[in-house]
Design a protein around this ligand. Sequence first.
Ligand code: FE2
Ligand code: FE2
Length: 186
Amino acid sequence: MHKLNVFNTTRYASSIRAELRASHAGETGAVWIYRGILLVNRFKRDSDIQTFAKHHLATEKEHLLQFENLIHRFRGSALLFFWMFAGFMMGALSMLLGKNWVYYTIYKVESFVDVHYRQQINALSKLEFCDKVDILKMMQACNVDEQAHRDEALSAINGEPNLAMRVWGNLVGTGSHCAVVVAKLL
Ligand SMILES: [Fe+2]
Ligand SMILES: [Fe+2]
């Protein structure tokens, strides 16, 4: 990927700022989901979860860094601490409930993120802005990783999700949707 000039101080139009702010918030939340999982796993010591979460965490940190490099062009969400907390709680709680909950949670989150990135790439491709081609490439590369995370989580789920898991999964989906709406504004 062509290196973006991170010193370019161009401030984007508000619709573009909103999209970048939402994705930056989402990648922040993602990092903290895995931190929550890994913290609880210090006590549970599940080696499959350890490998899964550490590998995903490294990818999410890489995604986050790419958005952080551009943050002067859009301003981060005013609720960043809340996204960290929410991500951490989602990860920690799912791990407290069991590894299948972790895989199912990641599957639901990443399924949401995949749709969101695709919609975002589609919306941004219709606009004109500085470094557009590189930013779209960056988002596409992130989305390929998110799809891999989703598929990896799906194949790790053991059996059919029970009713409680499905209710939780719907909550995760709705929560992610609301988070995007709010992060675009604040
Ligand atoms: Fe990500
Ligand atoms: Fe991901």
